[in-house]
Design a protein around this ligand. Structure first.
Ligand code: SF4
Ligand code: SF4
Length: 288
């Protein structure tokens, strides 16, 4: 079983639209939406949820006021100002470090599980989908990414699928690392802006650090041809293959509004380019 992560240095590059388009072309795949902070692959997949699992991220302090002797040690020790002077917990501020429980002389504080979100296993017209939703202001999204990936792996084994396509989170933080660890290939979606070039360099460095072969798709390449050339030169110097150059086309947005991917929605130039890109990706998956 091979795993491909589609990633971008920041949000808004078209990563999810491209992942969704690949879903129409990949014939025996499981999909994983690992952009758990802002999951939106389901908007196109319109999946039917088959299983819902509670997700516990960081622990949270629970103060037993009956046992408390008001010594204020927890208030003085909390580095996150999550305990008020009258010894009440500010849930949103608690980072689950456990220091308050450690310093409490009468064991009035316990660290308990916190309901941070849900992981889902679903069926869709493209195949099985593992996805998740993190509750507002909850953290530990790297841990939730790992849960989604484990679910995708189990699904692939059960349903005898030979590829997992992962829609990764934007940026270069912990959730991105969790979505890259142990995959066979990375497709980096970028756009021809100065910040896009900078983000591309950072994400390629990260893939290189983990020893994962990476290749690049330049989305909306015709919006700034000079910057596109810069990206191509940069990739060429690093021996990184630019596997696709996709033109800007408003039809991509129209497809999303209609809850479809571009391949389903249009048979135009953009769809043609994505099909060609998929042929190249398949070749690379075969070699990985
Ligand atoms: S667990 Fe840590 S962050 Fe939360 S209230 Fe206790 S000391 Fe503060
Ligand atoms: S450390 Fe324990 S006893 Fe002291 S104020 Fe906090 S909860 Fe109460």
């Amino acid at each position: 079983m091979k795993q491909l992560t589609v990633i971008s240095g920041k949000g808004g590059t078209g990563k999810t639209s491209i992942t969704a388009a690949l879903a129409s072309l990949a014939k025996n795949a499981v999909f994983a939406d690992c952009d758990v902070d802002a999951a939106d692959l389901h908007l196109i997949f319109t999946p039917e949820i088959k299983q819902t699992m509670g997700f516990h991220g960081l622990k949270i302090a629970a103060i037993d006021k009956e046992t408390c002797i008001d010594c204020k040690k927890c208030f003085e020790s909390c580095a996150f100002d999550a305990i008020t002077e009258d010894i009440s917990l500010i849930k949103e501020a608690c980072e689950g470090c456990g220091v308050c429980a450690y310093v409490c002389p009468v064991d009035a504080i316990r660290m308990i599980e916190r309901d941070s979100g849900y992981a889902y296993i679903s069926e869709s017209r493209f195949g099985p989908l593992a996805h998740a939703a993190l509750k507002t202001a909850e953290e530990a999204s790297g841990k939730l990414v790992t849960v989604v990936r484990e679910n995708a792996k189990k699904l692939a084994e059960e349903k005898k699928r030979d590829l997992i396509i992962i829609d990764g989170p934007p940026g270069i933080g912990c959730p991105v690392i969790a979505s890259l660890t142990g995959v066979d290939l990375v497709l980096v979606v970028t756009e021809p802006t100065l910040s896009g070039i900078h983000d591309l360099e950072r994400i390629l460095d990260m893939a290189h650090h983990f020893g994962i072969p990476a290749f690049v798709c330049i989305n909306k390449y015709d919006v700034n041809v000079d910057n596109t050339k810069k990206i191509e030169r940069f990739c060429n110097e690093k021996s990184i293959v630019v596997v696709g150059k996709l033109p800007y086309d408003i039809v991509m947005t129209k497809a999303m509004i209609n809850q479809k991917n571009i391949i389903e929605f249009s048979d135009g130039k953009l769809s043609h380019e994505i099909r060609e890109m998929w042929d190249k990706i398949q070749e690379m998956i075969g070699k990985a």
